[in-house]
Each structure stands twice: as structure tokens, then as C-alpha cells.
Design a protein around this ligand. Structure first.
Ligand code: SF4
Ligand code: SF4
Ligand code: FES
Length: 480
């Protein structure tokens, strides 16, 4: 482990680390645009220039992202000379940049904005007109490119070559006419990881079309959550409006809706990436909700439905339960503790792959499209659902069950969160809360446990599964 010095302070580096890697690992700030810890070194933005003091008293400069650490080297990361270099580099980087931060979605999260403020802060010294480029170039249905803001760092290009491996992006032409463009065979649109380029673009050049101009990022807060889209269980941040920025006019539905989803870096699960399905969690969580308990399709108070379900459970001779693979660890345990002894229980697949959905790949996507199958199977076994002769009651927890395949004549208790035709066909229907309304944990296919937190308050007319299981297990006489 070589020891070297940054600004006179001793730093221990790992073997083969660059100055940038050692600096980041030890809490020193060296600005960067093109460097990314998961990508190869491009060395094209030059903002990470540092000075190295040589033994003869002279100094030389080099880029920290491509300079290996050597024993005893002395690096200056914030000297007057380094600051002058940075200022000059920013003048060059901004030469043709429109500096239109006021209308840019990246404002508030943009490293160019931050470094311009910290190290430059001066208007352009150039008196030449800026070279114009395409302002709104649709790269795909999901992503739009503003070429005037692009600083040609090539992170997006390297991402598609090295991480998603779609090789979908490149840079065409030369000099100040250079443009990022997608290969014309549509493979960028088909890349299931394409939206990661929006995160890693250090400026506001690559933007999410669903999120475009929807909110300034400082109106939003990110809540830690877990993507339920497959058994990988990527950790994510679900972004929604801060209470102090709630809308009172315009469209107040935005106050309780998901603005965007970004990865929450987790080396044990997903690193810094997620797939596009994880970005689209609003499509899962913002489906129409089932908000009323029902008895054979007729709305009733929740308490009346719970009573009816409890009676059915009390009377049943051979009850079977189909347990949700979307239940949290806490809910699964609550079911086992409250009702596990009463039912023959089988784990059910709530979600199956949608037509055309990527089943499995080299990076993250897994074939089982449910987040907690591993925990459910640990508690309830991995036998396929079966209905012994004489099954007279089936408790179905969660969606994805074909009621036509349930034993004829058996009563059905159905617990579900979304508005679906089956709800009205159950003898008793109980409406559930969803993941964004409660906290809990999922266990992914490798046994890694991840936590999710509530983003929005629970609707008053629905119940948490844990509460319902405890209520269903109470003796019928208790409420008589
Ligand atoms: S679009 Fe963004 S990530 Fe891609 S080269 Fe330009 S600045 Fe870099
Ligand atoms: S890989 Fe699976 S868990 Fe991760 S974001 Fe995609 S769907 Fe969600
Ligand atoms: S970060 Fe080192 S050259 Fe770009």
C-alpha cells in the first residue's frame, strides 16, 4: 500500500489506485466530469488537473483520474496554480454552453453548475458567438438530448459500451460540431438500462422525457425504497414532493405521486444502476386502487368484511392460503404467526413477465418478477400451489391468481391493493395498503435484506396486511 501526500496530508492508497481513486476514498475533493468509478478512464474533460511537486522543486500538472499513485508523491489539489487551470478549463468547457440553468432539469444536481460557481464564476472571455447545436434531440421515447449542454465527456457512450453493452451511443463529427448520437437501428430504445445515462450525464444534456420540466429537484425528496420489479430487489430512491413545496393549485395529484425513481447505490445488490422497469414504478404503484371492502361485490365497511372473513375461516374444514411473493418480510411473518397453523399455505407468483419483457440478462434483471419470493419460500416452502380434495376455503393474498383454477364451491377471501375484476368475485374482499404507504423489508434471491420506507400516507379505507392477519386470527366471539 503506497503512501503519498495530498496537500501535505499523508494518504494510504490501494495498490494500482489512481490519485483520483485514492482521493475520493479518503475524502479529498478533486472535481471531475468524465471520470466515473464504474467506467474506464477517458481523460478528456481535464477538470481534474492537479499539481505534482517534483524533488527538484519544480511542479508539473497532470489529470488525477489517469495518474497512478507512487510512493511518496506529493500532490496539490487546490493550489493557486490548480485553481487557475480549473478556471481556464471551465472557460473552455463553457465556450459553447448556453448556461441555461434556469430552464434545465439538472439544475441543483449539476456538477458543471457547481464547479462553475466554485472555480470560475466569470462570464465568458470569448466575444465570438456560441456554436449552436440541436436543443431537443429525441434519442428514444424515454430520453431527450440537448446537444448545446453536452460537454462531450463520453460517459454515456462508455456506459452503453461497458455496462449495458448495447453499444448504442457514439460521438459523430469533430471539434465543436461533435454530437452524441444513437445508432440508427433502435438499439438505444431497446436498451433496458438506457435511463442510467440520465443519471451519469454530469450536465443537463441527457434528460428523462417523463420527468421533463415536471419539477425543480429541490421541490422533491427521495425516500429509500426497493424496486419490486424482480427478485434482484434493487435499492432505489422514490422522489416525491416535499411537504413545504406541496401544490395547492395546478394539479394537486402531483403531491401524492411519484415524480421519478433513481438508483440508491448498493454494492451488495445493484451497484449504482437500475433497469428502466425500476424507473417506471409509478406504472405499478399508481394503478387504480381498490379502496372498499366488499362482500360478493357489494361494498361494506372494512370491519364487516373482516368479521365475515373470520367466520369463513372459523367454519372451514380444509382451508388453503396462497401467500403473496410481494408481501414484506414482516407481513409474511405476521401471516405465519397469525394464520399459518390454520391454513395449508403455498407461495404464489403475484407477477409474471409481461409480453416482450427482458427475462434475464448479464447485469441485474432476474427471471422471477416478484421481490420477495426468497423470503416467502423460506417460510412456506417451494411446493407449487395444490388444493387437496375437499378444499372449502381459499385465502388469496395479492394479485396474479386465476380464480377459474380455484376449486369449485370453495369460498374465497381475497386481499388485494388494486382495482381488478377478481375483487368483486370473492366472497370477501379486503383492500390492502401498498409498498409506498408502509415500511418493511424484502429479501432478494441472494439473501440480501433491503428496507423500504413510506412515501405517502395510507388511504383511510385500506388496511395493512399485518393488521388484517392479526384481526382475522382473532376468535369470532371476540366481536360478536
Ligand atoms: S450527453 Fe452527457 S454524458 Fe453524454 S457525452 Fe454529453 S455530457 Fe457526457
Ligand atoms: S433489475 Fe429488477 S429489481 Fe432492479 S430495477 Fe430492474 S426490475 Fe427492479
Ligand atoms: S475527470 Fe479527469 S480528465 Fe475528466
Amino acid at each position: 500500500m503506497p503512501e503519498f501526500f495530498i496537500n501535505g496530508q499523508p494518504v494510504r492508497a490501494e495498490k494500482n489506485q489512481t490519485v483520483m481513486q485514492a482521493a475520493v476514498a479518503n475524502g479529498f475533493v478533486i472535481p471531475y466530469f468524465c471520470w466515473h468509478p464504474q467506467l474506464s478512464v477517458a481523460g478528456n474533460c481535464r477538470i481534474c488537473l492537479v499539481e505534482v511537486e517534483d524533488e527538484k522543486g519544480g511542479n508539473w500538472t497532470d489529470i488525477a483520474c489517469n495518474m497512478p499513485v507512487s510512493e511518496g508523491m506529493r500532490v496539490l489539489s487546490d493550489s493557486d496554480g490548480v485553481r487557475a487551470h480549473r478556471k481556464a478549463m471551465l472557460q473552455l468547457t463553457l465556450l459553447n454552453h448556453p448556461v441555461d440553468c434556469g430552464i434545465c432539469d439538472k439544475a441543483g444536481e449539476c456538477t458543471l453548475q457547481d464547479y462553475h460557481f466554485r472555480y470560475n464564476g466569470s462570464p465568458s472571455v470569448s466575444r465570438d458567438a456560441k456554436v449552436r447545436a440541436t436543443k431537443y434531440y429525441p434519442l428514444s421515447d424515454r430520453i431527450v438530448l440537448d446537444n448545446e449542454r453536452c460537454i462531450l465527456c463520453s460517459r454515456c457512450v462508455r456506459f452503453t459500451s461497458e455496462i449495458s453493452k448495447s453499444h448504442a451511443l457514439g460521438i459523430e463529427q469533430r471539434g465543436d460540431h461533435s454530437l452524441v448520437r444513437a445508432v440508427e437501428d433502435g438499439r438505444f430504445a431497446a436498451d433496458p438500462y438506457s435511463d442510467n445515462v440520465v443519471d451519469i450525464c454530469p450536465v443537463g444534456a441527457l434528460l428523462s422525457r417523463p420527468f421533463l420540466h415536471k419539477a425543480r429537484v429541490w421541490y422533491l425528496q427521495g425516500t429509500a425504497s426497493v424496486c419490486p420489479g424482480c427478485e434482484r430487489g434493487c435499492t432505489v430512491r422514490i422522489w416525491h414532493r416535499k411537504p413545504e413545496w406541496k401544490l395547492t393549485a395546478l394539479d394537486p395529484r402531483q403531491n401524492a405521486s411519484i415524480a421519478r425513481v433513481t438508483p440508491l447505490e448498493n454494492p451488495a445488490v445493484n451497484g449504482p444502476w437500475i433497469c428502466n422497469k425500476g424507473r417506471d414504478l409509478a406504472k405499478i404503484f399508481e394503478r387504480p386502487r381498490a379502496e372498499h371492502a366488499m362482500l360478493k361485490g357489494a361494498s361494506v365497511e372494512l370491519a364487516a368484511a373482516v368479521d365475515a372473513a373470520r367466520r369463513l375461516i372459523g367454519e372451514a374444514k380444509r382451508p388453503v392460503a396462497l401467500v403473496s411473493s410481494w408481501g414484506s418480510n414482516e407481513e409474511l411473518e405476521a401471516f405465519r404467526n397469525a394464520l399459518g397453523g390454520r391454513f395449508a399455505s403455498f407461495v404464489k407468483q403475484d407477477c409474471r413477465p409481461a409480453p416482450g419483457e427482458v427475462l434475464e440478462d448479464h447485469l441485474l434483471i432476474r427471471p422471477d418478477k416478484n421481490p420477495n419470493t426468497a423470503a416467502a419460500r423460506k417460510l412456506f416452502g417451494d411446493a407449487a400451489p395444490a388444493f387437496p380434495e375437499g378444499t372449502d376455503l381459499v385465502l388469496v393474498w395479492g394479485e396474479g391468481c386465476d380464480f377459474d383454477r380455484l376449486p369449485g364451491g370453495a369460498k374465497i377471501i381475497f386481499l388485494n391493493a388494486y382495482l381488478q375484476p377478481e375483487n368483486g368475485h370473492a366472497d370477501v374482499f379486503l383492500p390492502l395498503s401498498i409498498q409506498t404507504e408502509r415500511r418493511g423489508h424484502y429479501t432478494n434471491f441472494e439473501g440480501v435484506v433491503s428496507a423500504f420506507e413510506p412515501c405517502f400516507p395510507k388511504k383511510a379505507s385500506v388496511a395493512d396486511a399485518e393488521t388484517l392477519f392479526a384481526a382475522l386470527a382473532a376468535p369470532v366471539e371476540a366481536t360478536a
